[in-house]
Design a protein around this ligand. Structure first.
Ligand code: AMP
Ligand code: GLY
Length: 437
């Protein structure tokens, strides 16, 4: 068989991790990343096309005769890249625009959950600010206010007081801080319990579970401070036993896939529900219509099966026949960020120590905000420099979670760039919970 040409769209740690895994497939020839980063350029060819430039991507895929395109970022899925590629007769993996609506419209996903009796926080949806305020007056606090559309991870406000809730409503509905089209809010009950990430592959009808994982979304240790894209992940979770896992699979995963099919809106791709394990059982916080990041950096270290076979089985509707094997080990990823992230930070700092850290075979470092410094002089070694808030993901595998974490933190000691920031407590709350239950 001729080797396949793959196009991976995006530029984060998730895209590097997927590319790293794809590159291990014996069926893969060339890998292109659009636009990619300083790390993806080492395993494939970075092409200077923006991840949201659908026309540019289409043109490139046709010209290069790409065999398979992987659509990974949320905004791209919301723009309908999968529909456009399919219309052009190109092979692409990912959900259609209407299936991805589970992520890009919280109003849609909450109504979907209500209609199909899926467990989630009680909620109401508003477009009118005054009506929303009237509703808030009658609620207890904290309460959660969410912009319905995509908002770069900033659209969820946990309001401790009426005043905070009013301010969030005004920002979203009147000042339109998340854009003119983001003109709906979901107001929902505040849930209490550990938060976990569930992922599954789906071909629209069949699904296959990933192990459980957990992200650390806050910038500060002990989950303090601003929300980020994610500062570190662990998998599998030591406190989710097989009974709970089976319950999540039966009550949430299977129900969701079936309900989407029933609504003639089959979901093909990776579906990632964020859950809170409440005292009344697991509840769905939100759906993501894609691989999580940094979850994927951790997951790729545990996946043993050729991922290309899985992507193809999803597209061909044969996922039920595809065996998927996960390593019986633990993995983690610790994100190294630019100080100041998720607000203001500087770029262009020289990064050193990656090769040294990767001398340990259990360590793989995925790049997010990095790039190779351009130099006009060919004879100079080109520096790897920082180019974003989340810069690197240091991933490790071990026999236990403690072992994986120890390895990751040891590797981090070898890496440096000016103003490097990371959380020292990744995985600690999961370890504490597993001691209690
Ligand atoms: P989302 O963008 O929906 O993932 O929300 C961002 C974060 O806000 C989540 O990861 C949770 O930590 C928190 N959150 C969202 N909805 C709720 C809720 N109903 N109750 C408690 N925390 C929530
Ligand atoms: N892990 C957070 C996200 O991918 O949205």
């Amino acid at each position: 068989m001729q080797k396949q040409k793959i196009l991976i769209i995006g530029s984060g740690g998730r895209e590097h991790a997927i590319g790293w895994k794809v590159a291990q497939s014996p069926d893969v020839g060339q890998i292109f990343f659009a636009p990619g980063n300083g790390g993806t350029g080492k395993i494939g060819i970075n092409v200077d096309i923006k991840a949201t430039d659908i026309l540019g991507l289409l043109e490139f895929a046709k010209k290069e005769k790409i065999d398979l395109t992987l659509a990974l970022p949320d905004d791209l899925l919301a723009l309908g890249i999968v529909d456009e590629f399919k219309k052009a007769g190109l092979r692409i993996w990912g959900p259609t625009k209407s299936a991805a609506k589970l992520e890009w419209s919280k109003a849609f996903s909450k109504n979907f959950m209500k209609k199909h009796k899926l467990p989630t926080a009680k909620f109401e949806i508003f477009t009118d600010c005054e009506k929303a305020k009237e509703y808030v007056q009658k609620q207890s606090f904290p309460i959660v206010v969410k912009a319905s559309g995509l908002a770069l991870g900033k659209g969820v406000i946990i309001a401790k007081t009426k005043e905070e809730a009013f301010k969030a409503l005004e920002n979203i509905l009147v000042k339109k801080v998340f854009g003119n089209s983001n003109n709906e809010v979901v107001i929902e009950e505040f849930l209490v319990g550990p938060e976990i990430s569930i992922h599954m592959f789906s071909d629209g009808k069949n699904y296959k579970m990933f192990p459980t994982s957990q992200d650390h979304k806050k910038i500060g240790e002990n989950d303090i401070g601003l929300n980020t894209g994610g500062m570190g992940t662990i998998a599998p979770l030591p406190f989710v036993n097989s009974e709970l896992f089976k319950n999540i699979e039966k009550e949430i995963v299977a129900q969701t896939i079936q309900a989407m099919q029933k609504d003639s809106n089959s979901f093909l791709g990776v579906l990632y529900p964020g859950l809170i394990l409440t005292q009344d059982g697991p509840k769905i916080l939100e759906y993501n219509a894609r691989f999580g990041d940094p979850e994927t950096q951790t997951y790729m270290r545990l996946l043993e099966t050729d991922i290309l076979d899985i992507f193809n089985a999803c597209i061909d509707g044969t996922l039920d026949k595809q065996k998927i094997v996960w390593k019986k080990a633990s993995a983690c990823t610790v994100v190294l960020a630019s100080s100041g992230y998720p607000e203001n930070y500087e770029k262009g700092k020289v990064i050193s120590g990656i090769e040294e850290a990767e001398k340990n075979a259990d360590i793989v470092i995925f790049h997010a905000g990095t790039k190779i410094e351009k130099s006009t002089r060919q004879d100079l070694v080109q520096n790897l420099i920082t180019n974003g808030g989340r810069v690197l993901g240091v991933s490790a595998v071990g026999n236990t979670l403690e072992e994986a974490l120890t390895k990751a933190y040891k590797a981090i000691e070898k890496i440096s760039f000016q103003d490097m920031y990371y959380r020292h407590d990744i995985g600690q709350s999961a370890l504490k919970i597993s001691k209690i239950i």
